[in-house]
Ligand binder design. Structure first.
Ligand code: SAM
Length: 317
């Protein structure tokens, strides 16, 4: 199945892990026709947006800009048409600005840091260096310009608007709730039979205003997930060529763990641009067989159980 890519970019985006996570869910025994999706660290949203669960989607993040953006989609304050009009206007201003566009990037950055406009959030996310998202100690956007004044070419604008459109369709087709809140509040919403998917900031790695993560946070998450009656999957890092994630031994080893190698292409620090062994930690057993009820829809034969003579308009073509 094609993975839907959201319009928000971030160095920690889990796009490449989506098929793996979905496969684990399909082998979990969770009743996907009923289970609610609970995601306390929503980030760009790529994992939840590609989830096949059919229940309610309750997601949270402490980053208000992410939640504002998705609430904008929900309320239709943000639509593909509005995004196109915005980007076409901004594209002209960027391409003709002084300092090879940097002067205008700075203007949008200052504007966003004052007004928190979700359209400006997408502009910065797409025109910032290396698709990174980082906020300084005052909670202000803190990524330099990608140095491409013609960043918003017609093809790139169409790509972003198509992403907005895909996300809009998914959000309209299910029941979504987006909350600007800490992970404990979101986890509390999970009931027996639901699935909590957690991808917290990685302990000992990337940190910014919305991604500070201490051992106390990890312990609180461990306690909340140990107590829940819901299913959970935690994405974390297992080790890289430099060191191991000590949180695995300290907390997560009592659950089931699968690992897979993953390569991160962006990140300010060299350690963040190497391959890493990603881990999925979960509190259920895996079956080897994907249940038949979630396999592809059957293509029904129009003539099944019928004599072909009784339907002449079809039978005589
Ligand atoms: C690693 S990112 C999630 C990435 C996401 N899975 C994706 O693929 O885009 C972690 C997210 O957790 C959020 N976050 C950090 N601390 C949090 C907390 N205490 N409670 C809730 N969200 C938090 C950050 O703002 C960030 O968006």
């Amino acid at each position: 199945m094609r993975t839907i890519i959201p319009p928000i970019k971030s160095q920690g985006i889990k796009t490449k892990l989506v098929p793996w996570i979905n496969d684990v869910i399909l082998r979990s025994g969770i009743d996907i026709s009923k289970a609610n999706w609970i995601e306390p660290f929503f980030g760009t949203g790529v994992v939840g947006l590609n989830s096949q669960l059919k229940g309610k989607f309750i997601v949270g993040d402490t980053n208000p800009h992410i939640i504002n953006f998705y609430n904008g989609i929900l309320s239709e304050g943000i639509t593909p048409t509005k995004m196109r009009a915005y980007l076409e206007r901004e594209s002209k201003l960027l391409s003709t600005a002084e300092e090879d566009g940097y002067a205008y990037y700075r203007e949008v950055k200052n504007r966003f840091n004052n007004s928190h406009n979700p359209f400006d959030f997408i502009f910065l996310s797409r025109a910032g260096f290396n698709g990174m998202m980082r906020f300084n100690r005052k909670g202000e956007w803190n990524i330099p310009f990608c140095k491409k004044p013609n960043r918003f070419s017609p093809a790139y604008i169409t790509k972003i608007c198509n992403q907005v459109s895909s996300v809009q369709q998914i959000i309209k087709s299910k029941d979504w709730e987006f909350k600007n809140q800490g992970f404990i509040e979101t986890i509390k919403r999970a009931k027996e039979g639901d699935l909590i998917y957690c991808n917290p900031p990685y302990f000992g790695r990337f940190v910014d205003y919305y991604n500070g993560w201490t051992e106390t946070d990890e312990r609180n998450l461990f306690n909340a997930l140990s107590e829940t009656k819901a299913f959970f999957i935690l994405s974390t890092w297992h080790h890289n060529e430099f060191r191991a994630n000590e949180m695995i031994d300290n907390y997560w080893n009592s659950f089931n763990i699968l690992t897979q190698e993953h390569f991160y292409h962006s990140g300010g620090h060299i350690e963040n641009r190497h391959s890493i062994i990603e881990a999925l930690v979960f509190n259920f057993e895996l079956s080897d067989i994907v249940p038949t009820k979630i396999q592809r829809p059957i293509q029904y034969d129009l003539f099944a159980n019928q004599s072909r003579d009784v339907c002449p308009s079809i039978a005589t073509h």
